[in-house]
Design a protein around this ligand. Structure first.
Ligand SMILES: Nc1ncnc2c1ncn2[C@@H]1O[C@H](COP(=O)(O)OP(=O)(O)OP(=O)(O)O)[C@@H](O)[C@H]1O
Ligand SMILES: [Mg+2]
Length: 253
């Protein structure tokens, strides 16, 4: 059962310069819950993920992470150690090997000894299906393999909160299926021993239906509809949401 709040926002407004990227957001994510963000380009999905990661600070309204208001850089870095983000563009270090990409940040944060982190890194390589790729550089790996390495990197610090920003948007349809299977296992806690708390922006409607406890439909910086996956996809909550889902389905092969 979902537990205490991991993210809590109420009447949250966020600006970038003069532009209101998020307006009047109410959102509670409890431990173990999976929330999916759906919405057209520019609706604020990435911005909401970035707020949670402490990357957008011009905000007003209530915002709490792990039960307290992160204010100082020290509080933010403490909160960041409890979360990990996976991006559309993988964001691996091009000059580091796969294993080094997985372990590098954990080493900087002294999350374990060199030997411990290398062992855990190698275990994670296996778990994400990248056996034998430890010494490869990003340019020597496919997009799907790079994203698997990014997933392993996200898991090495044993995060409580996983922030996913369109993690399959740069991949081909066959590769997408494999990565979504892997992310489903990650979300269910297959590799961490406990269900993860997840906030995920995606255009993959099947995946959204599968993992979402709740779906937030965003437009122009507002959450315009929300409900359980069944409520949202089943109809009756938002015709505009179903219209968007229908349009996405037409784009897919
Ligand atoms: N650094 C920035 N400076 C100014 N405006 C920005 C900046 N980053 C984002 N925005 C604006 O904020 C709004 C929300 O952008 P955001 O990236 O959160 O949307 P999104 O839902 O993630 O879109 P997409 O599906 O294309 O990734 C957009 O209008 C965008 O132009
Ligand atoms: Mg985005």
């Amino acid at each position: 059962m979902p537990g205490e709040p991991v993210v809590e926002a109420a009447g949250l407004n966020v600006r970038i310069g003069d532009f209101p990227v998020l307006t009047d957001i109410d959102l509670t994510i409890r431990k173990g819950e999976k929330i999916v963000l759906i919405g057209p380009s520019g609706s604020g999905k990435t911005s909401l993920l970035r707020v949670c990661a402490g990357l957008l600070s011009d905000r007003s309204g209530r915002f709490e992470l792990f039960g307290s208001v992160p204010a100082t850089p020290g509080q933010w870095s403490k909160a960041r150690r409890r979360m990990a983000m996976i991006f559309q563009s993988f964001n691996l270090y091009s000059m580091r090997t796969a294993l080094d990409n997985i372990t590098f940040a954990a080493r900087e944060l002294r999350l374990g000894s060199e030997a411990e982190l290398n062992e855990r890194g190698r275990d994670l390589l296996e778990l994400v299906g990248c056996h034998g790729l430890a010494d490869r550089y990003p340019f020597e790996m496919s997009g799907g393999q790079q994203q698997r390495i990014a997933i392993a990197r996200a898991l090495i610090g044993d995060p409580e909160l996983l922030l996913l920003d369109e993690p399959t948007a740069s991949l081909d349809p066959e590769t997408i299926a494999g990565i979504l299977d892997l992310l489903t296992q990650v979300a269910e806690g297959r590799f961490s021993g406990r269900p993860m708390t997840v906030l995920c922006a995606t255009h993959e409607m099947g995946f959204a239906r599968r993992i979402a406890d709740r779906v937030l439909f965003m437009e122009k910086g507002y959450v315009v509809a929300s409900g359980t996956s069944r409520q949202m996809f089943g109809g009756g909550v938002s015709d505009r949401f179903l219209e968007f889902v229908g349009a996405m389905a037409h784009q897919r092969p």
